[in-house]
Design a binder for this molecule. Structure first.
Ligand SMILES: [Zn+2]
Ligand SMILES: [Zn+2]
Length: 350
């Protein structure tokens, strides 16, 4: 069964322009029977069930369902694209600002915003929000798309321009906010699908890469592969922006635990002050890693309902060391990380 952690209160401040209320829900529910597609909304549900079943199977996602016409199917894809881009925008807003990206660029290309009377040189985040709003409005327009079951011939010309403009949002994220782009593509642990790991309680005992001495309580991971600690570091900032998080497997519980610990580490570094040297930071966080922690199962652990087994201090220590490597750039604390010291994952903390 999938579980969802709900944030106590909204924990991100978005602008007036985009306010998705939840991340796309994913469940193990099987593909819906095509027979059931008898209403306009059923086609959308069918597409979403394909995404849930296997979001990486692009062939299956674009394959025209029997009995449907291509225009209607493409229309649903465009709508779905808008929906998902809203989640990307929420994450981009953290670092894509008028200052960081005064122009809408993808690599060397620059784009003018078509949402105005005359093409306008909007900054990237404005371009993105205007374009997404424009596309959503057009797709919901009664004039051009009066029915979701059949699309007027004359409205098809809008598909290409919508797709082309929306694509630029991905391109901007890819070229200028790579970390966010990658986190957006996968915010759950990739280890959820792997069954070879031992499970204690309901947490997977995942292998980690570590140079630490002493009896490793966790199996070693191949040095060239990403382990769950890399995942936690990659996904931390994106996951902090979600209002809920659906646990899709035992590896996600490990991921969440590590994300909470990252939060805790950042707030320790915040308290230590921004002049703390990298060396001191390692010392502070390593001793923090060995502190007595509310572990899953303890009465004070914030997410007790979800956990049935203890966490690992070896993993915490390893994480502390790798976190410092990321937070410190040229011996200084990076503001992209430190700005998250007060942003709590689902408003929970260790
Ligand atoms: Zn940007
Ligand atoms: Zn604009």
């Amino acid at each position: 069964m999938a579980e969802t952690i709900l944030s106590n209160e909204p924990n991100h401040d978005t602008s007036e322009t985009s306010k998705p209320t939840s991340i796309p829900q994913t469940t193990t529910e099987n593909k819906r029977d095509l027979q059931q597609i008898d209403s306009a909304f059923a086609l959308q549900e069918y597409l979403q069930s394909l995404i849930r079943a296997d979001k990486d199977n692009l062939d299956a996602l674009v394959e025209l369902p029997p009995g449907q016409d291509q225009e209607t199917w493409q229309y649903e894809h465009l709508r779905q694209l808008c929906l998902e881009l809203n989640y990307l925008v929420v994450q981009l807003e953290v670092e894509c600002t008028r200052q960081s990206c005064p122009e809408m660029k993808a690599d060397e290309w620059q784009y003018l915003c078509a949402a105005h009377q005359a093409p306008t040189n909007c900054c990237a985040i404005d371009y993105i929000v205007h374009t997404l709003d424009g596309a959503t409005t057009l797709l919901n327009s009664h004039k051009y798309f009066p029915s979701r079951i059949s699309i007027p011939e004359t409205s098809l010309k809008h598909y290409q321009s919508i797709a082309r403009r929306l694509y630029r949002i991905f391109a901007h994220a890819w070229f200028h906010h790579r970390e966010i782009f990658e986190a957006f593509e996968a915010y759950h642990s990739l280890f959820n699908d792997r069954t070879e790991f031992r499970v204690v309680g309901n947490m997977a005992l995942l292998p980690i890469k570590t140079k630490l001495r002493g009896p490793p309580s966790l199996a070693p991971a191949p040095p060239t592969e990403n382990d769950v600690i890399d995942e936690a570091l990659d996904l931390f900032r994106a996951n902090c922006l979600f209002r809920n998080f659906e646990i899709q497997g035992n590896a996600d519980r490990v991921l969440i635990y590590l994300i909470l610990f990252i939060s805790d580490c950042l707030s320790c570094l915040g308290k230590a002050g921004k002049n703390t040297s990298q060396k001191e930071a390692i010392k502070i966080l390593n001793s923090r890693a060995l502190d007595n922690f509310a572990l899953p199962g303890d009465p004070t652990f914030p997410l007790n309902a979800l956990y049935a087994s203890p966490g690992s201090d070896a993993a915490r220590q390893e994480l502390a060391n790798r976190l410092v490597e990321r937070v410190y750039v040229d011996g200084k604390q990076s503001k992209w990380w430190m700005s998250f010291q007060k942003k709590k994952f689902m408003n929970k903390s260790l």
